[in-house]
Write a protein that binds this ligand. Sequence first.
Ligand code: WT7
Length: 642
Amino acid sequence: MLFPVPKAWAERAHVNAEALAAARRRADEDPHGYWKDLAGRLDWITPPTKIKDVSLRTEDFRIRWYEDGVLNVSANCIDRHLRHRANDVALIWEGDDPAASRKITYAELHEQVCRMANVFKAQGVTKGDRVTIYLPMIPEAAYAMLACARIGAVHSVVFAGFSPDSLSGRINDCDSKLVITADEGVRGGKRIPLKANVDAALAHCPGVEKVLVVTRTGAHVPLTAGRDIIYEHAAAKASIHCAPEPMNAEDPLFILYTSGSTGKPKGVLHTTGGYLVWASWTHEAVFDYRPGEVYWCTADIGWVTGHTYIVYGPLANGATSVMFEGVPNYPCNSRFWQVIDKHKVEIFYTAPTALRALMREGEAPVERTSRASLRLLGSVGEPINPEAWLWYHRVVGESRCPIVDTWWQTETGGTLMTPLPGADALKPGSACGPMPGVKPELVDAEGVVLEGATEGNLVLTDSWPGQMRTVYGDHQRFIETYFTTYPGKYFTGDGCRRDADGYYWITGRVDDVLNVSGHRLGTAEVESALVAHPRVAEAAVVGYPHPIKGQGIYCYVTLNAGVEASESLRKELIDWVRREIGPIATPDVIQWAPGLPKTRSGKIMRRILRKIAENELENLGDTSTLADPSVVDDLVKNRAGA
Ligand code: WT7
């Protein structure tokens, strides 16, 4: 099935088919000139003359973009728009309660960000310091990110759905001395005790000196003397003038923790110049953005999508960006579409999991709304199944709006593969192809490059400006994780098919990373949460196909000797994992496993566990190398999933 580029799109788009082909050619033939010109979209204090210095080989590994350039991200996202667009709306905040919304102009954003930057400074934050942001989806979350950028502090946003334990781990890993949070968060009519979570986390974070508490609900929260400060009190005394700190292009901008196949979450580090070039360029090209248009990305700022496509990309382009505090089904299943009508949203960007959940409610909640303002739809976070794609296209977009299925990762900073709406015919479920200058390749397990129509592991053979630069505090882990499986190439962890027309189809992770409702989770993290329970001896966690979440979490649990399996223990373990990590890690299935399939050297054979969870019992593969093949029979017989 092929959806051609609508004529109006070919005519008006920033990037039509010709422009895309020309950009690809230029990026190949004159990479220096191509990447240099791309940087020209930003305001530099000192424009870069050194454009790219990259080697992905371990011997002389380095990734440097625009390394002699000097700029400030907040000045690019705010100050440079003040001259002509001070009164344009930068952020439209839509509250959880449909009666609550606010518009923040660029002039106001400037004032708020400068004020918060001065509050940070007054609390002793200086250039290079780390600040942890644990806030709900309120404007202060964007202010805090931009205030850090303004003074050269490095932010680490922790999703407000993470537990105190997850929060303390992330605070300690990057050694933040300041945390900014809110009294409570509000989502789907429920309150989330953020300050209480911070208090619990900080029992294990000796390095934190100050906590700023933004008032969201006004709930009474206890304050620790000498440590906790009500943000509004500090802000009232702060000046609204704060000069942006000149930053080198390769100075760190932020750290964002993400799950890998092993160990604790990694602090993905992005730097200043290349990241912002990539965020702003991809936002403009992929969404065909023009100033004045209302654009809405439904992500949370706790994830990279919120960083790049709610805050940095849109604001660098002078956009009007909607920030939504709530959820798609509160107070009713029409909420997304009502918000689109209320704010006349033209470009809408969301995740397949939300679409699948809404699809289940039928077409009536969509059709009750107009959506006449919509012109472009986007999808991100996981593969979109063609059924959900077609529903999105026909029902939500009334067959008039192209869909951009954007493939990227926390590590990539911004979109790498996507159709461009004015240039590419669409295939439901395909991320189409690379942005100009991006070099995907499919390889087999041995690293042999696969040509033509084929399927393999997705690698990138060269860098792009938005690439992560290191794992915070562990550069060796960065190199080992991404550049040693296929030496000299960046390994994405994704499987991918390329069809005869050259379209790419991401098939999902090929490592031990789960994608649950578009959220990334390491099986190892869930396992270590389970074995931390006093009654659990061992655990193995795998993903299985889930109709709404994309992947569900299937846990095999071996209890300690003498512990009786029971329904109440099952509930207790589910609750335990929720509390250890956060609600996004809630196990879907727990199967009691008297034993786990292991090789004679003691390695758990996850391939078999995955097959059982997927209910593909006919092809469990070779079990003869197992130390005790009979454990498989027991697991099959007592399979717990649907
Ligand atoms: C993983 C990255 C992209 C920012 C949000 C998630 C999967 C992401 C797509 C897509 C198929 C996708 C991949 C990737 N993924 N977008 N359009 N089609 N798969 O960032 O948490 O770092 O997760 O999400 O498996 O590796 P993330």
